[in-house]
Design a protein. Structure first.
Lengths: 111, 115
């Protein structure tokens, strides 16, 4: 399944399928990006990050893709599991110390 | 538990009262951030400390809000004359020293309800 971030803030996928969560960022000067997972009642949890000198970075079951041309970031989750159900946020940072978070996408994994 | 801790976890107060929240970052982390999060939204940056120095503060932050980190370890966030619009989750995060910003570790948050 795939979301388009602000336009489709919810995403439902079948267990075992791959998920793609998208994020459009606003500042062309942003040079560092983080994906966070937030479960209900908890603080955000770091998933993966990427700097602007990279296009792709892989972690365990997750891949982040960065397209600076169109200011787009995506998070791919392979073999989605019920434990992946949460709200996912992208955050961007430019030269300052402020991090700007997107609205978030709610991922529901259907067993 | 060696993660970021926040106290209290929940706070209910009446409008006009002052409240203070505490954040204990991971011990070796010199960077500390405060965020506010309302329901259905992403965290909103409030302020940033590097050691004891408050290096950045959001322009959206009312002068009723003040934060300190006196010894470069724990931090406090005070809200004076609370308003109903201050009701939110207040999150603290810390990260280690480095030339670049990097992974932030978030605490569980303090949920504030202003009646």
């Amino acid at each position: 399944g795939e979301s388009v971030g602000l336009h489709l803030p919810t995403l439902s996928v079948q267990e075992g399928d791959n998920s793609i969560i998208n994020c459009a960022y606003s500042n062309s000067a942003s040079d560092y990006f983080i994906w966070y997972k937030q479960e209900s009642g908890k603080g955000p949890q770091f998933i993966i990050d990427i700097r602007s000198n990279m296009d792709k970075r892989q972690g365990q079951r997750v891949t982040v893709l960065l397209n600076k041309t169109v200011k787009h970031l995506s998070l791919q989750i392979a073999a989605t599991q019920p434990g992946d159900s949460a709200v996912y946020f992208c955050a961007e940072n430019s030269l300052g110390n402020q991090f700007y978070f997107g609205t978030g996408t709610s991922l529901t994994v259907i067993p | 538990d060696t993660g970021v801790s926040q106290d209290p976890r929940h706070k209910i107060t009446k409008r006009g009262q002052n409240v203070t929240f505490r954040c204990d970052p991971i011990s070796e982390h010199n960077r500390l951030y405060w965020y506010r999060q309302t329901l259905g939204q992403g965290p909103e940056f409030l302020t940033y400390f590097q050691n004891e120095a408050q290096l950045e503060k959001s322009r959206l932050l009312s002068d009723r809000f003040s934060a300190e980190r006196p010894k470069g370890s724990f931090s406090t966030l005070e809200i004076q004359r609370t308003e109903q619009g201050d009701s939110a989750m207040y999150l603290c995060a810390s990260s280690p020293q480095g030339n670049w910003h990097n992974e932030q570790f978030f605490g569980p948050g303090t949920r504030l309800t202003v009646l």
